[in-house]
Design a protein around this ligand. Structure first.
Ligand code: NDP
Length: 243
């Protein structure tokens, strides 16, 4: 990926941080966004630079429409082009249906859906042939194993439809769009020693949590030249959660 520029939303921690570093290992210059984690984001930039690539951290709340779009523009301006967008930033609001307020719905949809749509729309206008839009969904778009996931699953399922339609919209320009559905992955959002971890691990065929690097490797494949004929696809990296 030498000479390519990638933007990873929510790249300060977890899956986004692992993805940003992995894309740099593949040769890309990488811009990442964060909302609160400035220090963590700057650590990721240092790891990118240590690999001999350019890195940049931008504060941009994906839940804010203007900031979500502006981050794409700033990323392209910073390094002169944009080849890969990884829509990773996401929030999980889980809980019983009756406890979810209208504000929860707005917040989750703003970050997990509207921000992804707007960033993808903005990126599509800047990308040329070979461009890649890769979105991080969730295994809960395929299989919801118990109660409490209505809002989160709704938001992630929307991304599958968006991805298929984007593939159709952008295929003629040689731009691909794909979605990766992670299973339980050990991050701040879903720690492998959290209260529901054993139950989640037991729902996978492999009987364990994944790590962020195992998701990043699929993103790197989709971002790279070997995935040139893959578009509109939903790829599970879930230890068999959906099996
Ligand atoms: P983490 O909570 O560990 O990290 C989230 C990252 O996103 C952080 O870098 C955070 O930045 C950033 N972020 C959060 N909200 C915003 C926002 N409004 N604007 C910009 N950046 C934001 O999450 P994961 O790494 O676990 O999750 C990454 C993606 O993977 C999410 O879309 C999630 O839904 C999905 N996923 C995760 C699974 C898991 O088991 N972990 C399973 C399936 C899907 P900051 O440091 O500033 O807060």
């Amino acid at each position: 990926m030498n000479g390519k520029t990638a933007l990873v939303t929510g790249g300060s921690r977890g899956i986004g941080a692992a993805t940003a570093v992995r894309l740099a290992e593949e040769g890309a210059d990488v811009v990442l966004t964060y909302r609160d984690g400035k220090d963590a984001a700057e650590d990721v930039v240092r790891r990118i630079e240590a690999l001999g690539r350019k890195g940049l951290a931008l504060r941009a709340d994906s839940g804010d429409a203007e900031e979500a779009v502006d981050a794409v523009r700033r990323a392209a301006e910073a390094f002169g082009r944009l080849d890969v967008l990884v829509n990773n930033a996401g929030i999980g609001v889980l809980g019983p249906l009756e406890g979810l307020a209208s504000e929860d719905v707005d917040r989750v949809l703003a970050v997990n859906v509207r921000g992804v749509f707007l960033a993808s729309q903005a990126a599509a206008t800047l990308m040329t042939a070979g461009g890649r839009i890769i979105t991080i969904g969730s295994c809960m778009a395929d299989r919801v194993p118990g109660p409490g996931g209505v809002l989160y699953a709704m938001s992630k399922s929307a991304l599958t439809g968006m991805t298929k339609a984007l593939a159709r919209e952008l295929g003629g320009r040689g731009i691909t769009a794909n979605i990766v559905h992670p299973g339980p992955v050990d991050t701040d959002m879903n720690p492998a020693d959290g209260p529901y971890a054993d139950a989640q691990a037991s729902l996978t065929a492999l009987g364990r949590f994944g790590n962020a690097e195992e998701i990043a490797s699929m993103v790197a494949y989709l971002a790279g030249p070997e995935a040139s004929y893959v578009t509109g696809a939903r790829l599970s990296v879930d230890g068999g959660h959906a099996a």
